[in-house]
Design a protein around this ligand. Sequence first.
Ligand code: SF4
Length: 444
Amino acid sequence: MQSVAFETLGCKLNFSETSSIRRDFANLGFRVVDFDQTADIYVINTCSVTNDANSSCRKTVRRALRRNPDAFVAVIGCYAQLEPEEIAEIEGVDVVLGAKNKFRLLDLFDDFVKQEKTLIYNSDVNEAVDFHNAFSSDDRTRAFLKVQDGCSYKCTFCTIPLARGKSRSPKISTVIRNAEKLVREGYREIVVTGVNTGDFGTGTDENFFMLMQALNDVQGLERIRVSSIEPNLLHEEIIRLAASSGKIQPHFHIPLQSGSDRMLSLMRRRYKSGLYRQKVEMIRELMPDACIGVDVITGHPGETDDLYQESFDFIDSLDISYLHVFTYSERPNTHALTLEPVIPVPERKKRTHQLRRLSAKKRYTFDTRFSGQERLVLFEGENKNGFIQGWTDNYIRVGVPFNPALENKIMPVQLGKQSRDGFLFGKINQELLEQETIISSLTG
Ligand code: SF4
């Protein structure tokens, strides 16, 4: 049987989708190998959030062809939907599949042989109306469960609606079936993921709060984490459910993009800074130990020095835990291209560095606040420089001396100082671990 290798660029959603396509190939008997090994077929799931994403796709295609110049190369996903012709110009690409067709490789091809000419299966993104279930099952501890796709918002800087189509989601019952399957496969944590996750159920009689209530009732599921949720969709009932649930982890990643109200309206975001502060304060009141992550874009057209300073001061004044900072990059067919003034790239980068320094400060303050305390950690498997690592409930990275018996275990850990690698050293109650190991060996 032919061998196949996969490479994913971009977000958690892309990883869950690649993982599902990989399972389909494996279920048909294809031999799945690592991307850096020689394979008969290479599948690259792409991203197009920035220019860099496009160039890294091209580099990845060349990496595959260096391994096996005769390999069948399929490029799928967001970049494939937005720039199919550009990809078809890359020497050696056999097929390009956009949003509607990216799950149809096995329907479209019986045998994966090199094509004379690159085949493009692409259509208007508005035809991508189906919801394809997906969940990642690569890492043995946490699974990314796709619950929503596409986006119907019109943020000025964003191409995702052009790459993935309008917002859509399955029935809650479908998501619960997938979650129960993951629990049966031994996953201790499910990361609920999507493009605009909080928009789950839009246009139906179901919504994100109801989904979280249903997930909260899944037997055997110990941890639920929400990958990201828009501030205007993070309703009070969702925060209160998380505060009382015990399963929904005290960790919220909430895109802000700018702390200036003028910029938020320029970006066509659906809230103002006041609402954002309200959500942060409500979380802090109900879950004082919660981790709050924030997405910010620097250098969006219109972001004068004053508006940037206003944004910086707002972010600095928030009791949050870390930032993901993105430098604005021009994307084709986005409204931001028509806005002024355009901020010079060096200035954008200077602002990004400044906010990343602020993020490091906030992260250090947040993490070390828990030094000396005990938190539950879900341990992954890898031995990283003699340490086995994992995340606490409130999303702090912790490491203890490597012990394979800890893999996929949720253990109380005494948190210590911060290591040079950024994780907190932890101390395990050995007696408890021995008991745990005996129990799991008895219960299998
Ligand atoms: S909410 Fe805005 S930034 Fe997020 S995916 Fe939708 S359009 Fe893009």
